[in-house]
Write a protein that binds this ligand. Sequence first.
Ligand code: AMP
Ligand code: MG
Length: 419
Amino acid sequence: MARRRLHDHDSGEGLLSVEEAREKVLSQIQPLAPLQLPLVEAAGCVLAEDAVADHALPAFASSAMDGFAVRADDVAGASPANAVELKLVGRALIGHRPDGTVGAGEAIAIATGAPVPAGADAIVPVENTEDAGDLVRIFEGSAPGTHVRPVGEDVRAGTTLVQRGRRLGAAELGLLASAGIPHPVVHPRPRVVVLSTGDELVPPTDEPTYGQVRDANAYTIFGALREAGASPVLAGIVRDDVDQLRETVFEHLIQADAFISSGGVSVGERDVVKAAFFKRGDIGFYRVAMQPGMPQGFGQIEGKPYFGLPGNPVSVFVSFEVFVRPAILKMLGRTQLDRPEVSATLTADVRGPKGKLQFARVEVRRGAGGWEATPTGGRGSNLISTVARANGLAMVPAGTETALAGSDVKVMLFRSSED
Ligand code: AMP
Ligand code: MG
């Protein structure tokens, strides 16, 4: 009987395909409502409205060099052998409106970044001059506009600085700050409440008694959420107790944009997530044609997405990659939801259940003839060290019982190679 059931699972019959399951999840996920956030909180978030410049940048013409602001006409014929002497009538300081103007035969000393005084139309760098008290000698001509940073050279008033849909990285943040947009309208980071279910679990700070295990999943999920750009809220370990689970979930509702629990979603009688939410109709439970990660729960609690992931640590990691990460990115307003994929040559056989898409942990490296993927260990969904050594998930499609060494597989890369 046990053998037969195992075989049934392997066949993939009656299971949802990974694509169908992903679609079921993503069709119920919307970007979080936009709000204005200070730049430091908006960092990494997706802009929800175009940011438009209401004035030009730079806002005033300034000098690009330390030197002298002059009239180009006055210095047109200047050379070392034929210096032009100008009367020094002032000094243009950074951060101040120049008080003087440059008339014919006059110059004003100017620092890099200082506003160009009225009357001047060119800057002569200090190295082409000689200071002589009330006079300055100019040894080189300077065409109009030379070393002047004109108004609007960077951005003209009314132009779009950053388009909606773009993630605010370092340069975008600096640009918005320059343009006086300190509170851009963005999709905020989802706050995601993380629960671990299981009577056997203890926190990683505790010494487990025989048969107990330390809660790994909360930390895997925490890290994965952080990497995806969400704000995780760890709600701790919940016993296999329906009331305790419900209570913990509802207690956290106010601060949650989504929930993720691990464990308690398979077929066992004591599967607590199922027992707590299935009868209420809040969460659907699916068997997905994938390995690891076949049992999945997904639904909404009071309009907040709830992901009921399986309990095994590798299943958690893979389920997060396949279902949760794209959903989090969608909540963040991102449009590219997929990890980068490469085609890589297997360096060893990978056996998989024939009716399911298998996600095999591999280390991808660049070989002589292109990418190579080496399995990092066994197939068991409890073997978390195999994930920690990997940088990709090789996808062995349903229908392939063994992907042979030397054959090519698609690999989803979940971390960049050398870190
Ligand atoms: P379950 O689906 O709740 O029966 O869990 C499946 C397997 O995953 C069991 O061996 C659990 O002990 C293990 N497991 C569940 N939750 C965690 C967790 N948070 N950390 C580590 N292992 C877990
Ligand atoms: Mg459990």
